[in-house]
Design a protein around this ligand. Sequence first.
Ligand code: FES
Length: 264
Amino acid sequence: MSLISEVKVLKQEAIGPGYYRLDLDAPAAAGAAVPGQFLHVRCGNSLDPLLRRPISIHDVDREKGTVALLYRVVGRGTALLAQKRKDDPVNLLGPLGNGFSMPESSGEVWVLAGGIGVAPLYFLLRELSGLNHRAAVFLGAPASKQLLCAREIKELGHAVATATDDGSEGFFGTVTALFEFFLQNRIKPDRVYGCGPRGMLKELGHILKRKSIPGEISLEERMGCGVGACLSCACRTGDGKGGFRYRRACVEGPVFPAGEVVWE
Ligand code: FES
């Protein structure tokens, strides 16, 4: 199967300040995708901008052959993507990357999302709910307007707790502080999944290490080729002997065991 496909926009929807959900008629990608993978998207209608943008797969309907992307406008590429309307063509490369591993047993699963980091985690939560697995989900953002997908996650049957840096909704503080608060007051989770800004993931990584909780995190690295050739997405992971080695987030990631990422 070719990883490159030309697909059509079904719907483009603004879901928050600078945040968009793009639904695509993309049967090949929908059939192949697993949670945690991304699509490398050509945002314009020509080779300008030259580089594709890596965007997490947010949701999939395999029966209808549709894929949803959730993204934030952060530059020229994503601004062009936000102008796409129904029936406009979009060129995709992927699904790419490794994806999350699903929990084997019915243990306690907690999920942490910072801002747009909820994008790949929603697809994971949909799959978990299909397996009758209910998770505790912690959503964090700078302010209430940037808290995304809380209602949709509850509709999947998961419990949601929110945190905002300015206290405008939920816990007043960071999502990792909320996570630690729950850790003090509830049973320890058997597995944790996380995605969000690097600072949040670093903090989460340290907490998981301290508490000996297994977890997987998805790194939001800058990418060039998306297929392992340019090394622009190289990140440090432990080599098992106290040192580190570089691994490519586009091929060996973007999901890594939390304990393997070297943050310093
Ligand atoms: Fe080129 Fe990962 S983006 S090697």
